[in-house]
Design a protein around this ligand. Structure first.
Ligand code: GAR
Length: 203
């Protein structure tokens, strides 16, 4: 069984989607811990409801990003984590975390990367005037939203969309593709070659 650690900062709807698929038996994984940089993240309540161990690691008590990430690595290792899942974790991670989990950190981003990286991806999409957008699950590398792409899903952008309506449409797809990407990892079907992710067929 794949042991995962989930990093959150907010609502945790993607965490919930992963929990739901573990509980319905379609995702062979175990969430060893949920770690938040914010004490009031609703994601922590979701985790506790399902009997999952939670930790708050406050970034304000660490001198810098590297020292924060070193504490994260120690905590994740103490739980035997093999895959780190960033689920609305609103912090830039450093080589300290990335080097400790090579090709074993995933992130979800609310745009079709490489378009609209960084903050407010849905607002960027609306301002640009694209007709489709979507979401991307990717391995985390040292850039911002630049790592090898695992799965993407597309949604239409409608003329009367607001940031909220577009975000909601995108999130619905996130809740399908994120658990699926974790599932592919759990089945050992993901390899990275020349920065590209290859998905092995189901055996
Ligand atoms: C998700 O929509 C995710 O794509 C986005 O934060 C949301 C978290 O929702 N991530 C980013 O914008 C990363 N730059 P959740 O807490 O309900 O899973």
């Amino acid at each position: 069984l794949l042991t995962i650690g989930v990093l959150v900062s907010g609502n945790g709807s993607n965490l919930q989607a992963i929990i739901d698929r573990i509980e319905d038996g379609s995702l062979p994984a175990r969430i060893a811990c949920v770690i938040s940089n914010k004490a009031d993240a609703y994601a922590l309540d979701r985790a506790k409801c399902h009997g999952i161990t939670v930790h708050v690691l406050d970034h304000r008590i660490h001198a810098g990003r590297e020292s924060y990430d070193a504490a994260l690595v120690e905590l994740l290792r103490s739980h035997g984590v093999r895959l780190v899942v960033l689920a609305g974790f609103m912090r830039i991670v450093t080589p300290v975390l990335i080097g400790a989990f090579p090709h074993a950190i995933m992130n979800i981003h609310p745009a079709l990367l490489p378009a609209f990286p960084g903050l407010h991806a849905q607002r960027q999409a609306l301002q640009y005037g694209v007709k489709v957008s979507g979401c991307t699950v990717h391995f985390v590398d040292e850039g911002t939203d630049t790592g090898p792409i695992i799965i993407q899903a597309v949604v239409p952008v409608l003329d009367d969309d607001t940031e909220d309506t577009l975000s909601a449409r995108i999130q619905k797809e996130e809740h399908h593709i994120y658990p699926e990407a974790v599932n592919l990892f759990a089945q050992g079907r993901l390899t990275v070659d020349d920065r590209k992710v290859i998905i092995a067929p189901a055996s």
